[in-house]
Each structure stands twice: as C-alpha cells, then as structure tokens.
Design a protein around this ligand. Sequence first.
Ligand code: ASP
Ligand code: MG
Length: 414
Amino acid sequence: MARLVMKFGGTSVADIERIRNVARHVKREVDAGHEVAVVVSAMSGTTNRLVEWCREASALHDAREYDTVVASGEQVTSGLLAIALQAIGVAARSWQGWQLPIVTSEAHASARILDVNGDELVKRFLERKEVAVISGFQGVHSDTGRITTLGRGGSDTSAVAIAAALKADRCDIYTDVDGVYTTDPRVVPRARRLDRIAFEEMLELASLGAKVLQVRSVELGMVRQVRIFVRSSFDPPESIDPHKGTLICAEEDIVEQEVVTGIAFSKDEAQISIRNVQDKPGVAANIFGPLADANINVDMIVQNVSADGATTDLTFTVPAADFERAKDTISNARAQIGYARLDGATDVTKVSVIGVGMRSHAGVAARAFRSLAERGINIRAITTSEIKFSLLIDAAYTELAVRTLHSLYGLDKS
Ligand code: ASP
Ligand code: MG
C-alpha cells in the first residue's frame, strides 16, 4: 500500500466526460489499496475567463477580490470530481484551501504556501478509506482569513506541497502529454520521452519555458524531496502502463546519467547591442541599473572590443515583450552611458542545452560550436552555467540548430 497524490490539470478535467475519466484513474489506485489525495485544476479555459471578468469589471481591481473570483474555478472541479467518484462507489469529499487549511503568505495572486495541514485527511484515510479531492491553486492567509491564489499554473505547486505534507510516496502529475521530452517533439520528431530527469534539469527546462510544470512546483519537489511522476490522463484508466511517464527525482536516483538530457529553445528573446560605449568603470552599471529599475530582465550579456579598438560593444538579451521599452530606457540614459549607436533584433532564438553530466565532462559546449559552425549557423551570444549553456542564434536557423544538437548529443530516438 502506498500513499499517492494525483494531480489533474485543466485539459484532464475539461468537461464532465473527462472528469468521469479522472474518477476512473482514481478508482484504479483506490482499488489497488492506496491512500489517495487528488488535486484538481479548474476546467480548461475557466481561469482565463475568470481573469477576464475581473479586468472587465475594473481594470484596476482589488487583488483580494481577484483571488476570490479566480479561486472559484477549482472549487467547481473538486465538487464535480467528488460527485463522479461517489457515483462509481468511491468514498470521496472535496476540500477547499481554507478548509484544510493550506496556509499561504498574503501576496495575493502570487501567494507562497507556508503550511499544509493534512491531519484530517490522514485520519479519514484510516477511518473511512475516503479519497480527498482538493482544490489546487488556492489557499488562505492566516491573519486576514482571505482566500489567496498561487499564480498561474499554481495547482502543480499545491500538489507537491500536499504530497510533502502527507509524506506521500509519490506525486503523480496527470496532464495531456505522457511525460517530459528531450526537446519539443513538434520541432524534432525524433525527440524521446525521458524515463527520468533530475530536479535541477527540470528546473532549468521549466524556467526556459517548458510548460509541463510550474517552476515553483519543481523547486518545492527538490527541497522537500518529493518524487514527481509526469504521465498522461489520456491513457486508458484501467490499463495504463505504470512505467509510461517521466520521473523527476534526485540526481543520485538516475543510474545511467547522460551528459546532455534535453534541449530547450525560446523565440521570445530580443537582442540589443550598444556600439562604441566608453570603456571605463561604471558603464555597465549605467546601462543595467536603469533596465533593472524598469523591471526588465536581462539574460545573456556579451562585451567585446569595438571595431575602433578604443571603445567597447555591449550586447545583451531581454524578453521580446520588453524590447521597445528596453531600447527607450537605454536611449533615455544615453547621456550617462555615452555610446555611438543602438542596434536591436527580435528575429533571434535562444537555444539551451541542459544536463547535470556537464559538471563532470569537459568540452560539451565546444562540440556544439563546431557542429553549428559546420552548418553555417552564427552564434551571436553565449552564456554558460554549471549544468547548462545557451546560444543566441538567428531565428531562421532554430529548427536546424535544435535538430543538429539533438543528434550531436545522442538524444535521437532510434
Ligand atoms: N487554474 C489555474 C490556472 O489556470 C491553476 C492551474 O491550472 O494550475 O492557472
Ligand atoms: Mg498546468
């Protein structure tokens, strides 16, 4: 017997038929003798609609009332799933965040979970064999008693926090894909599903925009050592393959560690180059200070000597959505910075290669540079960290670059 948390996202509970399907997944685990807590998202599209209603009601609205509105989506699903479970003979009841309670900080719309009280759930597992169906995404602030939400995609984080509190053996995240892939299968048809991925690698992937899991849920899983298994709710409930999916786990639990685990890419980048900047102390501060004040996230930074040999060129990337604002910010600070010209490009892609094996292997990035050069792909900027390196290239070469690197590091499925 094991204790499981099963989390189902929006597409898995999109309508009553899908909710019945979820109930059958839950029944399978209950019939196998497991204690089960289920965490649900709102039905797909619901949260977007609720957010839109708040905006329509008033562009500037009270964040506490926003949370009251958007938390309602999950309340509906938890009740519906409890009904669907009871209808097939499984004892179940719904729980809202404030009822357990799931205590959070007061940061409305982006609250952090501080504590989960699972005592009553455990008691009911033992005494009544009752499944707990918990609304994800929401909690309550202890001092004010107001309903809070965790930020978009937050029900993943609810699930992991509940798994930690209940000391669950595993947290199964059911979604509309059957696991985490080496890269986007729509771009690289030979992408493979990973059997296992280390928390740190998944953290990088999620931060780079892989939408499988909310970044914070991975952080929490890493800190609290919750094994997270990503699998598909679209596989048949009664005969699902128990090994089909991706386990996110500690590095030590991965026996055959590859050097490279995955390749991510993002087209939502923009490049800014400032030409002929005076080469003297304080210049970088004059450039990046105003950008930070404007809340613009700078990612890759490259500095090199200008063509004239006396000044320097500074190139960096910002999110494409902040491109115009970043250029304006630099122009406005031109007097302090002192430069000749400002160039920019939005037709660029950041390709990132990730793997904990890079810590112990030299020359991993060098192979990429050679391989891309052979295909005539120019690299505009490079950044590296312990388990990742990122390259900025022309957007037109995205697919060629990702496919090339995917083969280079032996990720293609046979
Ligand atoms: N329903 C919320 C959202 O759409 C939370 C979640 O699905 O994880 O962001
Ligand atoms: Mg989600």
